[in-house]
Ligand binder design. Structure first.
Ligand SMILES: [Zn+2]
Length: 488
């Protein structure tokens, strides 16, 4: 900018001494300007982008650190080793993962490229904050043991979630709504990171099952009826006078302009208010609500709730999609309102939406690195819980919680009503068609200890049928294990 100012202020002049000074001035300013840009770029790279660049799998600078440090360990919140480097008798460094497949996606791998926490924490694992004296005491005088990453993941809860999902493909996430701490994150199909070298070729050539995809953060699914949480919120906001007195007489089917919506299993839900329609997961009632909503405003609400946007996390993830706009047809409005149509979400996104309800309307940023410590246990840095944003009022969160409690009391998740802890939740049975095969994904989202929520659990079991039959029992086992581990 300064160069341009100089040029405009100076009139063209014959080449006199003064003119040459002007030219020199312009040249000097130009160089100063370019120099400032260069400095600015270096500062940007070194300060703002440093973490990203240092952790990038493409940054070869880390190879230098490999000669200086033995890759640090990754440790669970309950003290189990999840990844460590052992030195063989011949001096070879071997990365081992004692839990094999159980943590495969979230912990990731460090050879054949890097993924998961092995990628995002690469810089921490390949540096050391141990004191010089401690480093000198090391037996191996060539290399220093890198720092350890202690994660928020609990090995007992992760094991339970992994076992509960069983042979289904899909994902399970357990997180604390008031802190954003991720306590468990399972994705299937999985792989054994101990043998990543030998199975690599088969993993990358088998595109049909996408084994390497972390479905918890990167899988995009139709949300099915779990989306009725947002449809209800849109209804509350757009029709404040109507939603409390909403009445609908469900006859199990609704046809508008050639589009027919059915209630699951052709159930006839009869006369319902909004809470009952939510608890029964009545599709025809919600399709009717969908047609009453202004699609542009519904879209704005969903964008505010991070559809079409990045989630506030360092975890690699896909972007959820919401397709309604001002020009959408009744058919699109009906299918979108019940979580079908073009709407797609990641399980992590559904977990964050549920956590926002559980946390009185405030979304916390999810995280899974609790702290970094030296290999001998001195604290290096600790992650503090941090707020993303208030996305709904406490009153809106309270009403949605009430609807989700009704789902457990008298609706599609009554199997969760028999425990020592209370649960509020929503099931989903999301229909999909893949290569001519029509199936149903089984969803559950919910939280326990409703008065003062402890844990959010999100489950998707691919082709698992209804939410009630598959996802709810999986979630129940995760909640049970949580209270066995952490107490009531
Ligand atoms: Zn119905």
């Amino acid at each position: 900018m300064r160069v341009r100012e100089v040029q405009f202020e100076q009139e063209p002049e014959p080449v006199t001494g003064q003119g040459r000074n002007t030219e020199l001035g312009i040249v000097t300013y130009t160089f100063v300007f370019l120099f400032l840009i260069m400095i600015g770029y270096l500062v940007y790279l070194n300060v703002w982008k440093a973490d990203e660049l240092n952790s990038s799998a493409y940054n070869t600078k880390q190879d230098a650190n490999i000669d200086k440090y033995i890759r640090g360990s990754i440790i669970s919140s309950d003290g189990s080793i999840l990844a460590q480097t052992n030195i063989s008798e011949s001096g070879e460094e071997i990365r081992s993962y004692p839990y094999a497949n159980v943590f495969s996606h979230i912990i990731g791998y460090a050879t054949n490229g890097k993924a998961g926490l092995e990628a995002s924490c690469n810089r921490d694992l390949l540096s050391s904050h141990a004191s010089i004296l401690t480093q000198l005491k090391e037996d191996d005088d060539r290399k220093t043991q890198g720092d350890s990453v202690v994660v928020t993941l609990n090995a007992a809860l992760q094991n339970a979630a992994y076992d509960a999902l069983g042979s289904y493909n899909g994902a399970v996430i357990a997180l604390e709504p008031d802190t954003g701490k991720i306590l468990a994150m399972v994705s299937k199909p999985d792989f054994d990171p101990n043998s990543i070298g030998s199975i690599w070729e088969s993993l990358i050539t088998d595109s049909s099952s996408s084994v390497l995809l972390n479905r918890a953060t990167q899988g995009l699914y139709p949300p099915g009826s779990t989306f009725k949480i947002l449809t209800s919120l849109a209804f509350m906001r757009q029709k404040p006078g109507e939603f409390r007195n909403f009445q609908y007489d469900c006859t199990s089917q609704l046809t508008v302009n050639d589009v027919t919506i059915n209630c699951y299993n052709n159930n006839v839900h009869g006369q319902e208010d909004l809470k009952a329609a939510f608890a029964h997961s009545c599709n025809t009632a919600f399709a009717t609500i969908g047609m009453e909503l202004d699609s542009g405003d519904f879209r704005s609400l969903c964008e505010e709730f991070l559809f079409g946007r990045a989630l506030p996390t360092a975890l690699q993830h896909s972007t959820s999609q919401f397709s309604l706009d001002e020009n959408s047809s009744y058919g699109d409005q009906m299918t979108t309102a019940i979580g079908q149509g073009q709407t797609l979400v990641t399980p992590l996104h559904m977990a964050l939406l549920t956590a926002t309800v559980a946390n009185g309307g405030i979304m916390m940023k999810p995280y899974c690195v609790d702290h970094i410590q030296t290999y001998d246990g001195d604290l290096v840095s600790k992650t503090s819980p941090s707020k993303y944003k208030r996305l709904m009022t406490t009153e809106e969160a309270r009403m949605l919680t009430e609807y989700m409690q009704e789902t457990v009391a008298s609706g599609t998740a009554t199997a969760l009503g028999w425990y020592n802890f209370s649960v509020a939740g929503k099931t989903g049975s999301a229909e999909y068609v893949s290569n001519g095969y029509a199936g149903t994904h089984s969803w559950f989202v919910g939280f326990s200890n409703v008065e003062n929520p402890d844990l959010v659990v999100t489950v998707i079991a691919e082709d698992g049928g209804t939410g009630s039959e598959t996802a709810v029992p999986i979630a129940a086992r995760v909640f049970e294990t949580y209270y066995n581990v952490y107490g009531y």
